[in-house]
Design a protein around this ligand. Structure first.
Ligand SMILES: Cc1cc2nc3c(=O)[nH]c(=O)nc-3n(C[C@H](O)[C@H](O)[C@H](O)COP(=O)(O)OP(=O)(O)OC[C@H]3O[C@@H](n4cnc5c(N)ncnc54)[C@H](O)[C@@H]3O)c2cc1C
Length: 159
């Protein structure tokens, strides 16, 4: 079902792909809507325990879409530098496909703690208070990744 990167020489190794997912902080989540429209939104995220995790409010377009269809994709761009004289772009990006699910209970708490540790490492104690206060108003979503690819131009061995 999943496709290979068309220009094989531009495909990043699994190690480099995972390194990009782990080091970046935002990406675009694409979900499928009941109305037939794809919906892509920028989100902060972490890559934790092999999952893409993000937090959000308890209602909204993306959660309605996830409830309609759990399959999502997530795109992270690490580098995007125009090379005008070559009519090209130097880029490094990752696309992951997987199933989104809402975390509950201990998994939700672990997800929120991991988000605080990764995105607000200098504010851990305040983060614990934030987690308690925002608990009812916050949804935590994990994407269990089924397939991911990384791609770069120029091809990685020439980079
Ligand atoms: C770098 C970055 C990081 C972010 N991190 C987070 C995060 O960690 N958690 C989080 O919940 N949100 C984050 N946001 C905001 C996020 O993009 C959404 O706006 C938000 O999650 C609400 O999504 P929703 O589907 O529930 O919106 P709804 O309010 O239900 O969407 C209604 C309509 O508003 C429009 N809309 C929604 N979001 C955007 C947008 N970003 N830009 C333009 N139009 C929009 C769309 O037309 C959509 O159909 C981030 C945004 C940016 C740019």
């Amino acid at each position: 079902m999943f496709r290979k990167v068309k220009r094989a020489e531009k495909e990043l190794s699994q190690e480099k792909t995972l390194a990009i997912l782990s080091s970046e902080e935002h990406g675009v989540l694409s979900t499928i809507g009941e109305d037939g429209y794809p919906y892509g939104i920028p989100l902060n995220y972490i890559f934790h325990g092999g999952k893409i995790i993000f937090h959000c409010a308890t209602k909204g377009h993306k959660l309605e879409n996830i409830a309609f269809h759990k399959k999502v994709s997530f795109c992270v761009v690490k580098q995007a530098d125009l090379v005008p004289e070559k009519f090209s772009t130097r880029f490094q990006s990752v696309i992951a496909f997987g199933n989104a699910r809402i975390l509950e209970g201990d998994e939700k708490k672990e997800g929120l703690r991991a988000i605080v540790q990764r995105l607000s490492p200098d504010h851990i104690p305040a983060g614990e208070t934030y987690i308690k206060n925002a608990w009812e108003k916050t949804t935590v979503v994990a994407v269990d990744v089924e397939h991911m690819t990384g791609k770069a131009a120029p091809a990685p061995n020439h980079a």
